[in-house]
Design a protein around this ligand. Sequence first.
Ligand code: TRH
Length: 360
Amino acid sequence: MQLHWDIFCRVIDNYGDIGVCWRLARQLANEHGKHVRLWLDDLNSLQPLCPAIDPARARQSCSAVEIIHWTENPRIDRVGEVVIEAFACELPVAYLEAMAQTTPTPCWINLEYLTAEAWAESCHGMASPHPSLPLTKYFYFPGFSTTTGRLLREQGLFAERDETIAQATGHHGLDISLFSYDTAPISALIETLAESSIETRLHVSPGKPLAAVAAHFGSNGPWQHGRLRVLPFAFLPQDDYDRLLWRCDINFVRGEDSFVRAQWAGKPFVWQIYRQEEDAHLVKLEAFLNRYTAGLSAVGATAVSQLFRAWNSAGDLRQAWADFIAIRSELDRYNHRWANQLAKNENLAETLVKFCAAKV
Ligand code: TRH
């Protein structure tokens, strides 16, 4: 039955670690009826995504998930039948020892970061025996192909998206959302949009993007610059952020979770990947571009690739943006198809439930 699931999450930086774990925890509880405990070392990082929680409380329930503040020496009352160690966050030793004494042995999953690289397909599901305890950890890779754990996607997401889009009141220009790291060429983007003949509203998320925009203007927003209106928004609860992506015409997203959500929006998007040492992230970026642009026209594929590269490392952003806008109608149709095609596969929560059931 595997009713009890424990998810361990350590926040390294930003919102991606908790963003993924919170989404998965809710889905396992709400769509699969699992009793989910989310062990989280930094409750303050969850609060912006889920304003209903109280970061001062050691234990609480929200959206049918039990949230436990994961402190240095946690009291282990029981272990889950499935234990998810998110992003190799290292389970507490006492918890591992308790797992080793439990029968049947819990299914232990290391949930990995998303990548479109081919090696993830061969590593997905691989077993790694613990060096001293009678436990086996399985590597679980989210991904874009059917030989991976697939992507997080809630049931009914597209129906909700389409309803929201149908109800949206029209704006005759462009609405663009901006969620990026401060290393992105944000000044170049602002100047490019300001020079455009299209009336544009740029919705800027708080934190690094807003700080970069404010530094560019040297004042506090909102700002009007040429035909560009720049509008800061307050950090939105996770489901509301989805709605913003659905309402916008183009979304700049980053990291892992917002990157996937932009794809479910079925709208054109621009991805800033999380930086890694020795530029390993650029290999990951190209792996995604290879998969994603494969069904576009040659002109479309070049335009998308050039803009993603210019946004992530170097290149002429102004020209890349002009080329991207020129293929917008192709991209509108293509991204809708891309989302539908990906959604033909099972979602990550479904594959995970099956994978763990098979390991008993
Ligand atoms: O915050 P991120 O940069 O997270 C990153 C990546 O996950 C990266 O791979 C990882 O290594 C690093 O963290 C530690 O970007 P990401 O993944 O998009 O996560 C942001 C989360 O915040 C996502 O769940 C969406 C959510 N969000 C909101 O809920 N409301 C908002 O207003 C915004 C802007 C984001």
